[in-house]
Design a protein around this ligand. Structure first.
Ligand code: DOR
Ligand code: ZN
Length: 430
């Protein structure tokens, strides 16, 4: 049946839209965008007061499936994605087994289709088992639908290996996404190396441990011509390297997470809250300010969550034993709306660029616009919904958010995936 989404404020810079209009959806596609659409027999949803944008894409999530389903499954992760307003995600390869074959890529896509709550775009690993020793079956994975390559969770330690990975990435026209972590420098580092790590008596994870691989990988991108995407960038100096690479005309992009933007090492206090243990670690306030500057000047291409679900018992252990990572899919949009858009730091159009348009470009998946002939992948949010992050709101299996207790303004209410509702009025469909 045809569906008319009425009276929402549509924002889509790609379609040059910023105003109230109706959207007619037929057969999973956008059939018309105009004021006062009428269509006989169509279902009508009144979205007065809401905003309507192209479906959000998170190009960095961990769904833990196969093998670590006690943390998250593709089904629960997909529900969390829909709940947060996302239509598409790119899943990381550190599952068990590692996603280093076409069979695992195909499995993840199929499970995603079965769950039906968002599209899964798997990233394959660069090296077998994330061990850094043998290159993965990249061609096999591309043939089965891998959109990108990364050893996320670990850095590729050997420059020669990274060169081979990027040679193949270039050949397949796939982006190589780099988790930058030099193991020799980082070792067992727990939090950013500096005054706070000294005060808390925790081993330091120095900024240079990240920056050294950013610099190296930019050099290899220049050497090979492969598109390079720096994952969860956290330091001012690292961002400067990306800025210079872009100025040189290299195809180098980068992402930031809400936690690196809105939290810092200062939030780590004597409570040793393991939800704030992330890799790379929360850095200094100055670094967070530099990341924001990078968003404003275009150096930062997109916002991602690095949604990293862990079981409650894992995070309940001593700080050194707890795993790195926090969830993010269900708080990301609201954090950006609350801390950036509502405060006038960025406008809605910039948010759509960071969370919908650029991620699709980086992953080389088809663009989605609020315009006739496009697939109806749509996110609707209420900019005025006020809510508090509590453990019971999550569709994810995990509740290891670093933002528990935060009061936020703005929340996704409705999501359409090829015209099919995956969330209605804030409730994920069954
Ligand atoms: O904090 C993190 N958690 N960073 C990563 O790179 C990996 C992730 C995980 O898999 O839990
Ligand atoms: Zn990650």
């Amino acid at each position: 049946m045809a569906l008319i989404l009425k009276n929402a404020h549509i924002v889509d810079p790609a379609a040059q839209l910023d105003g109230v209009a109706d959207v007619l959806i037929e057969g999973g596609m956008i059939a018309k965008v105009a004021e006062n659409i009428e269509a006989e027999g169509a279902e009508v949803r009144d979205l007065t007061g809401k905003y309507l944008i192209p479906g959000l894409v998170d190009l960095h999530v961990h769904f833990r499936d196969p093998g670590l389903e006690y943390k998250e499954t593709i089904e629960t992760g997909s529900r969390a994605a829909a709940h947060g307003g996302f239509t598409d995600v790119c899943t990381m390869a550190n599952t068990d087994p590692i996603c280093d074959t076409g069979a695992t890529v195909a499995y993840q896509i199929a499970r995603g289709e079965e769950a039906g709550k968002c599209r899964i775009h798997p990233a394959g690993s660069c090296t077998k088992g994330l061990k850094g020793e043998i290159i993965s079956e990249m061609g096999d994975m591309v043939a089965n639908g891998a959109v990108a390559f990364t050893d996320d969770g670990r850095g590729v330690q050997d420059a020669g290996m990274m060169r081979r990975v990027m040679d193949y990435g270039k050949m397949f026209d796939k982006v190589v996404m780099s988790h930058c972590q030099d193991e020799g420098l980082v070792g067992d580092g727990q939090i950013n190396e500096g005054a706070v790590s000294t005060r808390l008596g925790l081993l330091g994870w120095p900024a240079a441990g990240e920056e050294i691989q950013i610099g190296r990988d930019i050099a290899i991108a220049e050497l090979t011509g492969c598109p390079l995407h720096i994952q969860h960038i956290t330091t001012a100096a690292g961002l400067d390297m990306v800025r210079r690479a872009k100025a040189k005309g290299l195809e180098v992009t980068c992402e930031v997470t809400p936690h690196h933007l809105f939290l810092s090492e200062e939030d780590l206090d004597v409570t040793y809250d393991t939800n704030l243990k992330v890799n790379p670690p929360l850095r200094t306030k100055e670094d967070s300010a530099a990341l924001l500057e990078g968003i404003l000047d275009g150096t930062v291409d997109c916002i991602v969550t690095d949604h990293a679900p862990h079981a409650a018992w894992e995070k309940a252990r001593e700080f050194e034993l707890a795993p790195f990572g926090m969830t993010g899919l269900e708080t990301s949009l609201a954090l950006i709306l609350t801390n950036l858009v509502d405060k006038g730091v960025i406008d809605y159009a910039k948010m759509v660029e960071l969370m919908s348009i650029r991620p699709r470009e980086i992953l080389r998946i088809a663009p989605v616009s609020i315009a006739e002939g496009n697939v109806a992948d749509i996110t609707v949010f209420d900019p005025n919904a006020e809510w508090t992050v509590t453990e019971d709101i999550f569709e994810s299996k995990a509740a290891n958010s670093g933002f528990l207790g935060a009061q936020l303004k703005g929340r996704a209410t409705d999501v359409y995936l090829a015209g099919v509702p995956t969330m209605v009025d804030g409730v994920v469909t069954d």
